[in-house]
Design a protein around this ligand. Structure first.
Ligand code: NDP
Length: 284
């Protein structure tokens, strides 16, 4: 049996139609949702991600403001810009494209963003609130993953979720979101011995590592839901995930493709958070 493909592109399209309606309603009330994007340096991948985010904003009716800085920018100058945007009423969300150059402390930048404008959900206040189940901006990729699993209508409560990878932006928070949904969650990482023995126990397997084809059919329980967060560029220039898609789709029950999987959902959740931020700031 071949796995059913969960298309992030299709799901994102449906959600974005709804977000465009919400943005139009806010605009009719005199509030145009606005997202400020800060881009430092000239990394081509970062430029391309930012372009994609701005295009998506325009499609749903969110204004985006782009601020680009040279790789040599001082941390203090960057923080000043963030303070300015924190105080700007036309800006409801602030996004700093990561990674930043080494001389800039990432945590210092993230902590300077006002939590109510932290639409990436990286500020410790939002991370903490998410952990204890309070209302918070959820980090976009984990939130997108959860929406994809929910979209196929399977029961999450009581399921065994195995997460491969434990980064602060994907692995750790995605496990927390599934724990909130009453799954049993196991985290694995680079020091985990016999990874396949653990991933084979997963009803829902979420992979966020950054290693092409790390996960093969021997890592997957027949019928499992497999969510591939990884994005890797092959020597031939093509993108692929962390999961060997062609082989694993013969074992899994559901699988996400790369590209066209988690990526479009990440951007969609950013749009969702920006509209929510606009609504909350307008209600103050
Ligand atoms: P990080 O590099 O921050 O984290 C990678 C994680 O993978 C680490 O926890 C590491 O373990 C673990 N790991 C490394 N090797 C192995 C291994 N052999 N077996 C098991 N675990 C291993 O990456 P991110 O979380 O930021 O991103 C992961 C991937 O997801 C990347 O490809 C990235 O491009 C992609 N991504 C995609 C997004 C999207 O929207 N589609 C958004 C964000 C990321 P340890 O902690 O022990 O070092």
């Amino acid at each position: 049996m071949t796995a059913q493909i969960i298309s992030g592109t299709e799901l994102a399209k449906t959600i974005r139609t709804n977000l465009a309606d919400q943005a139009a309603r806010l605009k009719a009330d005199g509030i145009e949702p606005g997202l400020a994007v800060i881009l430092v340096g000239d990394d081509p991948a970062s430029h391309s991600y930012v372009k994609g985010k701005q295009k998506a904003c325009a499609e749903v009716g969110i204004r985006s403001f782009l601020y680009t800085f040279p790789v040599t920018i001082e941390e203090e100058t960057l923080l000043e810009k963030i303070h300015e945007l924190n105080a700007d009423p036309a800006v409801h969300g602030i996004l700093v494209q990561l990674p930043l150059p080494e001389h800039i402390r990432e945590w210092s930048v993230i902590e300077t963003i006002a939590p109510e404008k932290d639409v990436d959900g990286f500020h410790p206040i939002n991370v903490g609130k998410m952990m204890i189940g309070q209302r918070a901006f959820l980090p976009c990729t984990p939130h997108g993953v959860l929406a994809m699993v929910k979209s196929v209508g399977i029961e999450i409560a009581g399921k065994h979720v195995v997460v491969v990878g434990r980064s602060n932006i994907v692995g750790k928070p995605v496990g927390q979101l599934f724990l909130r949904e009453h799954a049993t969650v196991t985290y694995t990482h680079s020091k985990t011995p016999d990874l396949a023995a653990i991933t084979r126990q997963a009803d829902i397997l979420i992979v966020a590592v950054g290693k092409a084809r790390l996960i093969g059919p021997d890592h997957v329980k027949p019928g499992a839901v497999v969510i591939d967060v990884g994005v890797n560029r092959l020597e031939n220039g093509k993108l692929c995930g962390d999961v060997d898609f062609d082989a694993v789709k013969e074992v899994a029950g559901y699988i996400t493709p790369v590209p066209g999987g988690v990526g479009p959902m990440t951007i969609t959740m950013l749009l969702h958070n920006t509209i929510e931020a606009a609504r909350q700031l307008a209600a103050k």
